[in-house]
Design a protein around this ligand. Sequence first.
Ligand SMILES: [Zn+2]
Length: 378
Amino acid sequence: MGFKDYIPLDKKDFSISERTIRLHFYIIDNLKGDNNFNLKSGKRYIDELIWEANNKLANNQKMRLPKGNSTPVLPTRIQYEVEGVTYHKEAKDWYFDHKDDRYNVMSSALWSKYAKKDSVAHIFMIEDHPDSIASKTYGGIAGRGMGTLKFVKLAGCFRLLTDTIWKDNGEFWIRGPNFAAGLMNHEIGHVLGLGHSWVNDGCDDTPPNPNCWNYTKNGPCASKVSNNMMDYNAWQSALSPCQIGKIHRNLSKDRNFTRKILKKNWCSLDWTQSVQIATQDTVQWCSSKELRGNLLLGPFSCLTICRDVSLPKSAKIILKPGSTLIIDGGKLYNDCGEMWEGVFQKKSHPKDLDAQLILKNGGQIINSSQQIPYQKLE
Ligand SMILES: [Zn+2]
């Protein structure tokens, strides 16, 4: 099951279903309570941050690199939901500070202290040391952060990224939650197993690049500026097909990387997410999937399933005349301990050709109420 099996074919391929990642935010303040948002203003900020971040993920942009590329723009099928926001005062401020290792941005101390469950991704909102803001040599205009497989730290939302200030021409200049959203998506990209794309990240469609923040008049940043989420740049608005495939593979049952942070949204039927195999198409699914809608095989189409495919409660698989469904070593089941309806055939005329259901190599259909007669091949 390479990551390629987890890349949506196009915008309408709902066999890679939309996944919702649950987030818990921790606002880390000092004892005086003046170095971060309070709970109320923090919640308001986080609402806007999530809105911006979901918007970026829902509107994946065309890759700017390599120049003249024809890399497809595919849906990311990732969204966020806030599970909780909590406010904490710390005697030691857990600053974003490279000078002191104990409170360094790389420290996992906050995670060890506060992260009590593994059903969410943990986001710590920390701030710079006040002295570094006062320093004349301080260059931290943009926010920074870090992400591991376990947690994310976002630095500077309160002091540096509170409001967006617009230029006369309508572009934004000072960055607010819109910029913090790019930063957060980048750091959560690390939680989901993505590496930096300016170096070799194992994807052919994210070329190594000079990692330019923005365009400059001369030098390498005059042309080779990336807009990829996993580079450092002013947009962080594009994910390549390979990156999308890796995210969904890592979240799948096959890999089970960080699957617990997902909202289990595949248990009940959402017919708007139904999947259709087009007339006369031949398709093979060799990755584990959770469908959220019904599955329809068009006339004379053929679908082969060689991994585990979950159907939501009450879902149906409908076979149109002449179509073939082959369960080749995989299984159809429900991942939530519920029953789904089963496999049916739909003829519009008595003379229509029968559809075929074939089970082979130990292929199984379970948790379903009924299905049409099937052929079993060994
Ligand atoms: Zn990074």
